[in-house]
Design a binder for this molecule. Structure first.
Ligand code: HEM
Ligand code: HEM
Length: 181
């Protein structure tokens, strides 16, 4: 098997855009907008909706990942780094789910579903600082950003320095050539 399943390929790139977008907008727009700003409600609506879409797509991706054939793990000749790559990939699933669960926890504790989607008209809390999962959400975001940066450098290293055509594995095409998993 030389490539990932096309559903995984599609979800990989779609989720990459959504997650990187969520990390960027979350840190630079959402967290910087005070809860007293009327725009905050729109920002929260977008952030929470996209977060839930990410949760659903990531769950589908995990299910498809578990039942489809995939390429053998890339081998760069260093056991430690090979293992780090495997853990890093699982770390993405854990990190993204943890982001979504902690986000949903903040939202529920702060009563956001009714305020943001239910149009209850109730004011937002002054801030989310006293809500414990808010701190977790912020810390996991930083870990996920580091994971994405490491992942991108690793992908570029494979593609341009090792020249092992790793990108082709995460793209569409004939899946039955090359090394078998
Ligand atoms: C938040 C964004 C991203 C996440 C969560 C993510 C997650 C993953 C995961 C979990 C895998 C392993 C395959 C699987 O189990 O499904 C993978 C593979 C891969 N990713 Fe990403 N990725 C992201 C962004 C990117 C970006 C921006 C690039 C390109 C620069 C990239 C390039 C690749 C490549 C080339 C593979 C194939 C690796 C292999 O064949 O072993 N990813 N990604
Ligand atoms: C993978 C999905 C998600 C990503 C990448 C993400 C990303 C972020 C980031 C980067 C921040 C700012 C953290 C900081 O700078 O300390 C943030 C804040 C927040 N997120 Fe998420 N988030 C996700 C899912 C969710 C979900 C599903 C919800 C709720 C349904 C949610 C609700 C919130 C709330 C309420 C805040 C606090 C905003 C503030 O302090 O003003 N997030 N998110």
């Amino acid at each position: 098997m030389s490539r990932y399943h096309p559903i995984l390929v599609t979800l990989h790139w779609l989720l990459a855009v959504l997650i990187i977008g969520g990390l960027f907008m979350g840190s630079n727009l959402l967290a910087q907008t005070p809860n007293s700003d009327p725009f905050k409600l729109i920002a929260l609506k977008m952030h929470m909706s996209i977060g839930i879409v990410i949760l659903v797509l990531m769950a589908i991706r995990l299910a498809v990942r578990l039942v489809t054939q995939r390429p053998a793990h890339a081998d760069i000749g260093n056991n430690l780094i090979n293992r780090a790559a495997i853990w890093g990939h699982w770390g993405f699933y854990a990190g993204v789910f943890a982001m979504c669960v902690s986000g949903l926890a903040i939202a529920n504790i702060a009563g956001l579903p009714a305020i943001v989607f239910g149009g209850s008209g109730a004011p937002l809390p002054v801030n989310f600082d006293n809500i414990a999962p808010r701190a977790a959400h912020g810390i996991i975001a930083k870990v996920l950003i580091l994971l994405v940066v490491g992942h991108v450098f690793a992908a570029l290293y494979h593609q341009y320095i090792r020249k092992d055509r790793l990108f082709a594995r995460m793209w569409f095409g004939n899946r039955n050539g090359g090394d078998d998993a």
